[in-house]
Design a protein around this ligand. Structure first.
Ligand code: NAP
Ligand code: GLV
Length: 306
């Protein structure tokens, strides 16, 4: 079995070594243009040239949860695309979102500003009943985030494509229930995949349905959000602010207004990182399962787009 590894802006060498150590019977190498076709590939945002040349592939393993970059390529219809299924990302996402929610709810940015100014001051405690958190996307990451938020007694709403049931979470599904979900939500967490249906879904119309003083946490993809609509709603005081991990252009350009907006916190697409050892173990486990003819999790449906 030949395995090729092709990454955009990431050194494949430690992955080649790790996959080779876990699968000594395979031949693992980093892709270079013109290389003969392998049987399997491990990729992140490969170029179209890679797909065009690697005509013998049976499966592509994506080293992230989101497959939007991959699905923009012209892929052979029979090629199996497999995404990462948690692999240590859900706990990181739960940490990030709980941090963002608590930081906003407890006004820690305000306390920081006060202490920087040498000021010992109290803010009036707020009621968490007034800070319902709505998680858009109740998949592997969204469900873990929803459950983590419940530990802090926030009311939690959830929104997905198909109907879901999660204990203690008020679940909404499909475009027909989107308005009710938004109206019931003050802090909105986006954890949907980027698909033609979800692109630009965070816009003036949807964000203005959030309860007054709403707050956005976008940890999915930058192209979900119409950036100028967010800035306008914050500047009009309909929204209180946002914590953003993903952007339409990454790295975020130096002149982008998000960097300097006092009510927007920016992080560099780091809310849930791919962990190499966990990811290699998961991908190798799936390769062996496929060889045994067993079903695996995380196979992407190209029609759905995730
Ligand atoms: P997942 O398991 O596939 O879950 C996706 C969820 O979104 C599902 O609940 C799905 O509904 C829902 N959904 C899809 N399309 C929808 C639509 N049109 N309307 C409403 N709900 C919709 O994905 P995941 O592993 O949780 O990852 C989610 C996303 O997080 C990834 O696609 C990626 O973009 C992003 N991500 C970001 C980072 C980061 O560092 N910032 C790291 C990892 C992942 P159903 O339940 O009905 O299928
Ligand atoms: C990161 O953004 C991922 O999709 O895993």
């Amino acid at each position: 079995m030949n395995i090729t590894i092709c990454f955009d802006k990431l050194d494949p060498a430690p992955w080649v070594q790790g996959v080779q150590a876990a699968l000594p019977q395979a031949r693992v190498s980093a892709w270079a243009p013109g290389a003969p076709s392998a049987d399997l590939a491990i990729v992140w945002a490969p170029p179209q040239q890679f797909v065009d040349e690697q005509t013998g592939l049976q499966a592509l393993f994506n080293i992230g949860a989101g497959v939007d970059a991959l699905l923009q390529l012209r892929l052979p219809p029979a090629l199996k695309v497999v995404r990462l299924d948690d692999a240590g990302m859900s706990v990181q996402m739960a940490e990030y979102v709980c941090h963002a929610v608590i930081r906003h709810f407890r006004e820690f940015d305000g306390y920081d500003a006060d202490t920087q100014a040498g000021k010992w001051s109290y803010r009036r405690p707020r009621s968490r009943a007034d800070f319902a958190v709505g998680v858009m996307g109740l998949g592997v990451l969204g469900e873990r985030v929803a459950k983590a938020l419940q530990v802090f007694d926030f009311p939690v709403n959830g929104y997905s494509r198909s109907a879901r049931q999660i204990d203690g979470v008020r679940c909404f599904a499909g475009p027909g229930q989107l308005n009710d979900f938004l109206k019931a939500t003050r802090i909105l967490v986006n954890l949907m995949p980027l698909t033609p249906e979800t692109e630009n879904i965070l816009n003036r119309q949807t964000l203005s349905r959030l309860q007054r003083g709403g707050y956005l946490i976008n940890v999915a993809r930058g192209r979900h959000l119409v950036e100028q609509d967010l800035i306008a709603l914050i500047d009009e005081d309909h929204l209180a602010g946002a914590m953003l991990d993903v952007f339409r252009t990454e790295p975020l350009p130096a002149e982008h207004p998000f960097w300097r907006h006092p009510k927007i916190t920016v992080t560099p697409h780091t809310s849930a990182r791919t962990l190499r050892d966990e990811s290699i173990a998961q991908i190798v486990g799936k390769i062996l399962a496929l060889q045994r003819g067993e079903p695996i999790r995380g196979v992407v449906d190209p029609q759905r787009g995730y």
